[in-house]
Design a protein around this ligand. Structure first.
Ligand SMILES: C[S@@+](CC[C@H](N)C(=O)[O-])C[C@H]1O[C@@H](n2cnc3c(N)ncnc32)[C@H](O)[C@@H]1O
Length: 261
């Protein structure tokens, strides 16, 4: 039933979403044209995708500690790394888009909530090599595999914190002077998502970008996305169906876009 609803939401999005044509905001038009639809190969992509393939074949069994809403595919306690790599990671197309966004906005700091095996983390670190990347993973054994992934991909400078977002995020945000770029990819529950959003708000600025994953995943996530869009500090959102982009740009009318991706 949940899958059926998701599919209907996807169809509705495809029908109502725009491509770059029909977008009248110069900022959004440029972003769609130069970043969202920029499918030209990037130097870091091949190596990371090779690592993803290797992880998909990885037969090691690890004990999974799940602090999140789980996923539609993964619910057991003991799992093969390969099963996690096949089911829990952002597909190449979305991971590469997130990397292009990090490259475009050159954030000084990137925070990722939901490291899993480290694939999107590697993308973020390679696409924005000057950024300081902090990533958080709740499951200790998953986090250990991510550490290996990142070391092997030559991204050892990444700060990987292991623990529940609920415990780590308040202090982590307090330590930041500002939040430039945050990717939330874990604990897809309405209350948790909103809680993390509200924790970020005091530190966002006119150039901040918050990316929310799976905004159509459940009724609760759809409600969370609506509440985020309606928040007075939010001035611009771009709904790409699988992810939602949230901007806080100053001096512009509040606008919401649905873009086909
Ligand atoms: C969808 S996966 C992340 C995938 C990763 N970003 C990628 O595409 O390469 C979500 C991860 O978030 C972690 N997670 C979920 N809820 C959490 C919580 N409350 N605290 C810490 N980690 C959590 C899960 O253990 C899982 O590994």
């Amino acid at each position: 039933m949940a899958n059926y609803r998701f599919f209907l939401d996807y169809l509705a999005h495809r029908l109502s979403a725009k491509t770059r044509h029909g977008v009248h905001s110069p900022f959004v038009y440029q972003l769609v044209d130069e970043v969202i639809y920029d499918f030209s190969p990037k130097p870091y992509e091949e190596e990371i995708e090779r690592k993803r393939q290797a992880l998909q074949k990885d037969m090691r069994i690890i004990k999974v500690t799940d602090y999140g809403a789980g996923s539609m595919m993964n619910n057991g306690k003991q799992k093969a790394v390969g099963t996690i790599a096949k089911n829990a990671l952002k597909p190449k197309r979305v991971a590469q888009l997130i990397a292009r966004l990090a490259n475009r906005f050159t954030p000084a700091t990137i925070i990722e909530l939901g490291t899993c095996l480290g694939i999107t983390t590697a993308y973020l670190a390679k696409a924005a090599p000057k950024a300081s990347v902090i990533t958080v993973e709740g499951c200790p054994e998953t986090s250990a595999v991510a550490r290996q992934t990142l070391d092997e991909l030559g991204a050892p400078h990444i700060t990987l914190k292991t623990g529940n977002f609920d415990n780590i995020l308040p202090e982590l945000i307090q330590q930041q002077e500002k939040i430039d770029f945050l990717f939330l990819d874990g604990n897809h529950r309405k209350e948790a998502t909103l809680n993390y959003f509200y924790l970020c708000l005091p530190k966002v600025h006119a150039q901040s970008l918050l990316i929310f994953d799976d905004i159509y995943w459940s009724k609760g996530m759809k409600e969370a996305w609506q509440e985020i869009k309606n928040h007075p500090q939010v001035t611009l959102t771009i709904d790409l169906f699988f992810i939602g982009l949230v901007f806080f740009k100053k001096g512009q009318e509040k606008e919401h876009f649905k873009i086909r991706y």
